[in-house]
Design a protein around this ligand. Structure first.
Ligand code: AMP
Ligand code: TRP
Length: 328
């Protein structure tokens, strides 16, 4: 059994991109691996958050994990700040990270672009993410493609630590869906589908009501021509919609192409909307149940307790190797 860790930020609504790129794999991996799935609140505050929003979103994302199919008796679901060892290891690893490495991170460049002032937390964000992963000696990290560069830095830090202080950390690998590791915006297939987009029509939120989903899909941009064909280079818009279709209906690209041969985009989009609704409707029903039952707090408490045992052990070992003395 391997160890799996991943995290999602409680900032804004989760989208179908989060679901296809990451959460579907969380659900899959829980059956065979020892899993840790976190709501990464410490990462969320690297950009300003309203306290009331942060509270609401943290609970909402945790409930969405469960609603999406994560079984808390199989996987540990918890909030990052409930296991303070993450922040501690984050600091220790920050001291092993070079400025140049952080300056090269594309997520940092994107998030800081055009801002007058940029928080230092946003800059050192990848060291904390490395701590999240290494603290459980995780070997698999289910994420979307945009996190690949952070994973590479995590491996570099693990290697650097092992070289300086003796072999200890496991080298983690990203675990990405073959198709759909990067779901694009509905209005522009050159941009990633993102919950922080100002245009709500560009993303499907996991909590969008069915009619909103139908409307957004019917308005989604399509390529010229009318053929439903998977060809990301020449038909980026349709190919993106097909990736969504493939995940929601569990069909291959060939099967989708065959189904709509000679029919044009209209019927394809109509069916796509129904497949997405068929995934989201039961998820939303479970979400509402979990939120109203209040059981999420128990789940998070148990998850954090179990996670902390391993995380505290790692931090103690790392500190010992780095030369910190323990209280006696
Ligand atoms: P975030 O919302 O930035 O915390 O991302 C949570 C997870 O969802 C990460 O593993 C991301 O890589 C993944 N993710 C976010 N947006 C997308 C997208 N448009 N397509 C695929 N994966 C995504
Ligand atoms: N940086 C990730 C994102 O923006 C969230 C994250 C934080 C994460 N810590 C992690 C993902 C550890 C995987 C593993 O999506």
């Amino acid at each position: 059994m391997g160890r799996v860790l991943s995290g999602i930020q409680p900032s804004g609504q989760l989208t179908l991109g989060n679901y296809i790129g990451a959460m579907q794999n969380f659900v899959k991996l829980q059956h065979t691996e020892e899993c840790f799935f976190m709501v990464v609140d410490l990462h969320a505050i690297t950009v300003p958050q309203e306290p009331a929003n942060l509270r609401e979103q943290t609970e909402a994302v945790a409930a969405l994990f469960i609603a999406a199919g994560i079984d808390p008796s199989k996987a540990n679901v918890f909030v990052q700040s409930h296991v303070p060892a993450h922040a501690e290891l984050g600091w220790l690893l920050t001291t092993l990270t070079n400025m140049g490495e952080l300056e090269r991170m594309t997520q940092f460049k994107d998030k800081s672009e055009g801002k007058d002032s940029v928080g230092a937390g946003l800059f050192v964000y990848p060291s904390l993410m490395a701590a999240d992963i290494l603290i459980y000696n995780s070997n698999l990290v289910p994420v979307g493609e945009d996190q690949k560069q952070h994973l590479e830095l995590t491996r570099d830090l693990a290697q650097r630590f092992n070289f300086r202080f003796g072999e200890y950390f496991t080298m983690p690998e990203p675990y990405m869906p073959k198709i759909g590791a990067r779901i694009m915006s509905l209005d522009d297939a050159s941009k990633k589908m993102s919950k922080s987009s100002p245009n709500a029509g560009s993303f499907i939120a996991l909590l969008d009501p069915p009619d909103v989903v139908r409307k957004k899909i019917s308005r989604a941009t399509t390529d010229s021509g009318r053929e439903v064909k998977y060809d990301p280079a020449n038909k980026p818009e349709i190919s993106n919609l097909m990736s969504i279709y493939s995940h929601c209906a569990n069909l291959s690209m060939e099967e989708i192409e065959a189904r709509y041969e000679g029919q044009g985009y209209g019927p394809f989009k109509k069916d796509l909307a129904e497949h997405v609704v068929a995934v989201l409707e039961p998820l939303q029903a479970r979400y509402n149940e979990i939120r109203s039952s209040g059981e999420i707090h128990n789940i998070l408490k148990q998850g954090a307790e179990r996670a902390a045992v391993i995380a505290n052990r790692t931090v103690a070992e790392v500190k010992e190797r780095m030369g910190f003395i323990a209280p006696r």
